[in-house]
Design a protein around this ligand. Structure first.
Ligand code: HEM
Length: 206
């Protein structure tokens, strides 16, 4: 029997997802090399690592601006941006489910409040990385902003600490995607999910 499929992610959601994933992964790898080339021997020289880092920086700018434009143009904001009052109310039932204290949870919409919190946070962190990165990359043009943040050392520390927060978010994101089920993972490639795929929630909306 052929499974009835429904659309989950438009082509633009998928394109920007993979652009941002490639940019962020390469920025993390080259960033760790720039930070500690002797311990993280993934590239053959500092010039290679820095060149890739700066190319990926522009790709990230494109990906972030493009995804934000699409979010507004396609009216996708309600799916991605955490609403402090509405979404916080939904958190306890979600946490109970993920802590194995409940068998199911109400239907939250396309993404649960935890996902929305993380996606909003990733947006904010990407913008902070772009600002701190360009201060370090073009100090003659953007260096004046370093003063507002407490100096170049503080800018470097922010850039480095957020790298680790990105690593933790990516690990949680990949683990949860795989744990939710292969159809969820496949949907970011094909855009489609089986119409009868309901994981972990009962029917009425919260
Ligand atoms: C998710 C995004 C990013 C990650 C994870 C990341 C990661 C890193 C890390 C770990 C370092 C080493 C920091 C240190 O040793 O103190 C670094 C350095 C740097 N990053 Fe990024 N970065 C990102 C985005 C950007 C962007 C958008 C730019 C903009 C051009 C940028 C420009 C720089 C520069 C100029 C340096 C210093 C390079 C040097 O001193 O040779 N980064 N980055």
């Amino acid at each position: 029997m052929v499974k009835k499929m429904e659309e989950r992610h438009s082509i633009w959601i998928r394109v920007f997802h993979w652009i941002n994933m490639i940019a962020i992964t390469m920025l993390i790898l080259t960033g760790f090399y720039i930070h500690a080339p002797e311990s993280f021997r993934l590239f053959n020289s500092m010039t290679t690592a820095r060149t890739i880092h700066f190319c990926m920086a522009y790709l990230l700018c494109f990906g972030v601006v493009g995804r934000m434009y699409y979010m507004i143009a396609a009216n996708d904001t309600k799916n991605l941006i955490y609403e402090p009052i509405n979404d916080t109310k939904k958190l306890p039932s979600m946490l109970k489910y993920y802590m194995f204290l409940a068998d199911d949870h109400p239907y939250y919409g396309k993404y649960n409040p935890g996902q929305k919190g993380m996606y909003t946070g990733v947006f904010a962190m990407a913008i902070i990385m772009i600002i701190t990165g360009f201060i370090l990359y073009k100090p003659l043009t953007f260096g004046f902003m370093a003063g507002w943040l407490g100096g170049f050392l503080v800018v470097r520390i922010i850039h480095y600490v957020i790298t680790w927060i990105f690593v933790l978010c990516i690990l949680a994101h990949v683990y949860l995607d795989v744990a939710e089920g292969i159809p969820i993972l496949k949907s970011m490639f094909t855009g489609k999910i089986p119409a009868d795929f309901h994981h972990g929630y009962h029917e009425e909306e919260m």
